[in-house]
Design a binder for this molecule. Structure first.
Ligand code: C2E
Ligand code: SIN
Ligand code: SIN
Ligand code: FE
Ligand code: FE
Length: 450
């Protein structure tokens, strides 16, 4: 520190004076230093307070972030659950569309219901529309057979009433279980909660989807909503299946009626043609046997049978004067006679279910070498069934009496047919025909006689 020179004070007091001066100076300095320190302290406290604030802000931001993260996790879980629900519904849709077997579909519904709703057991009851009784159709997760004895009159007990409610009905406490028509089921299975959703499509009640818990369970809204959606899908499956069964039945009845009609027509044709008894049925049988040996499908065999029964329906367009003429036909008469396959085509092709049967009526007079009628088809241009049928038809025609000749003997017909191999007939068709004829199992198709 720098000392000032005081010229007014005597020399001996200088020292004291100096000391005083020095002290004062030190004091001033100390005060200053103190002030400085105080100031620094305040600054520090201010900084500290700021830090505390900043810290608080950070903590707050952190909490916010954690909250957001938790929300995201929840939202994610919700999305995942919804996705699973949607996948469950897709599985059910696939089952409905992919299977005509209602039982199979109901089991898919129950598996998805059990997994998605986390229930211990689930059952589907279907309403017998005649008796108005809800009967067990399918179940999953049951320990005993009690559920299968379900036989609930509609409206009987809380459970029998559920199907009539039009929405989810629940029994979630033990006191109410007494009102359950199948109370023993709860005891036997150890159930505590029960929910039932009606199966309804377009106002029609088909039954109920029931779910059971072996613990007390309080559902959330979206749980009940999903139960209702599952019941809706089940109802659609049942509705579909019933319609398909009805359609199949009426289709079968219709086809049976059609086939009776065809047999009636073919019998009428035989009568008009002075055919031997059962000619048409016989050629139909033999042709099916031959076609079966070539490995055609069941469906195709049905078409072949119809075609064979109707093979000469075109003769309805040939006048009696020609058809029943006890003599050879003139060239002009032949022109008319040769139209009978075309008449058959015109008659049958507008009938959708007979269109797959046209090959025989339309092509049974085509010849392997192309000299036949009506189109002069050659070789494999001629449908295989028509090539097979041609052999059978000529066989049976020659074995029968006609107004213009008597029936031929077996040997004569065999020899005649063999002589036409490769001209009139497909050699392979002839081979197959005689192979079948020589099989003892088929003797009944060729009768007795010579
Ligand atoms: P369809 O009586 O059902 O005869 C079917 C086919 O069997 C005939 O076709 C022919 O390939 C063979 N067939 C039948 N009868 C004889 C026969 O006496 N000799 C020989 N070689 N083959 C026979 P196709 O010839 O095209 O005749 C078609 C239809 O025309 C016959 O059906 C029959 O309804 C009629 N038809 C054929 N020939 C005469 C005839 O001489 N007089 C009359 N009235 N009708 C005839
Ligand atoms: C038919 O279709 O009825 C005859 C077969 C053919 O066109 O080859
Ligand atoms: C018919 O095919 O319906 C009559 C001629 C025959 O005997 O084949
Ligand atoms: Fe014919
Ligand atoms: Fe015939």
């Amino acid at each position: 520190m720098e000392l000032r020179e005081d010229t007014f004070m005597p020399k001996q007091t200088d020292h004291l004076h100096n000391r005083n001066m020095y002290n004062e100076k030190r004091e001033e300095e100390l005060v200053l230093a103190n002030k400085e320190l105080a100031f620094q302290n305040i600054e520090k406290e201010k900084r500290a307070a700021e830090l505390v604030l900043a810290n608080k802000e950070l903590v707050f931001q952190n909490e916010e972030k954690e909250k957001r993260a938790a929300e995201l996790i929840l939202a994610n879980k919700d999305i995942a659950r919804r996705l699973q629900n949607i996948q469950a519904l897709q599985q059910i849709d696939k089952a409905i569309l992919g299977s005509l077997d209602l039982n199979l579909t109901l089991h898919v519904v129950l598996e998805q219901t059990k997994a998605e709703l986390h229930v211990d057991a689930a059952a589907i009851l279907l309403l017998n529309s005649q008796t108005q009784i809800l009967e067990f159709a399918a179940g999953i997760g049951f320990r005993s057979q009690a559920i299968e004895r379900s036989h609930l009159r509609l409206g009987e007990g809380l459970d029998g009433r559920a199907a009539l409610e039009g929405r989810v009905t629940s029994i979630t406490n033990l006191q109410n279980i007494a009102q359950f028509a199948r109370a023993p089921l709860f005891t036997e299975e150890g159930f505590f909660s029960y929910f039932s959703a009606p199966l309804i499509v377009k106002g029609q009640v088909w039954g109920a989807l029931e779910v059971f818990h072996r613990s007390v369970f309080t559902p959330k809204q979206d749980w009940s909503d999903f139960l209702e959606v599952l019941a809706g899908q089940t109802a659609i499956a049942v509705d579909n299946a019933i319609h398909i069964v009805r359609l199949q039945r009426s289709n079968r009845e219709l086809l049976a009626a059609y086939d009776s009609t065809i047999e009636g027509w073919s019998h009428a044709l035989d009568l008009r043609d002075n055919e031997t008894e059962g000619h048409t049925l016989r050629v139909a049988e033999i042709t099916m046997k031959l076609a079966g040996m070539t490995g055609v499908s069941e469906t195709e065999l049905v078409n072949i049978r119809r075609g064979a029964l109707l093979h000469d329906i075109g003769k309805m367009g040939v006048p009696d004067l020609i058809l029943l003429k006890p003599d050879k036909l003139t060239d002009e008469e032949w022109v008319t006679m040769r139209k009978h396959p075309i008449f058959a085509f015109e008659l049958l092709s507008p009938i959708a279910y007979l269109r797959p049967s046209l090959d025989i009526p339309y092509c049974h007079h085509e010849k392997w070498d192309g000299s036949g009628y009506p189109r002069g088809l050659k070789g494999e241009q001629i449908p295989l069934v028509a090539r097979l049928f041609a052999v059978v038809d000529v066989w049976d025609a020659l074995r029968s009496d006609r107004p213009y000749r008597h029936a031929w003997t077996k040997e004569k017909v065999i020899e005649h047919i063999k002589s036409l191999s490769g001209t009139h007939f497909d050699p392979a068709a002839i081979e197959l025909f005689f192979k079948m004829m020589n099989d003892k199992k088929n003797a009944f198709l060729f009768g007795s006689g010579s």
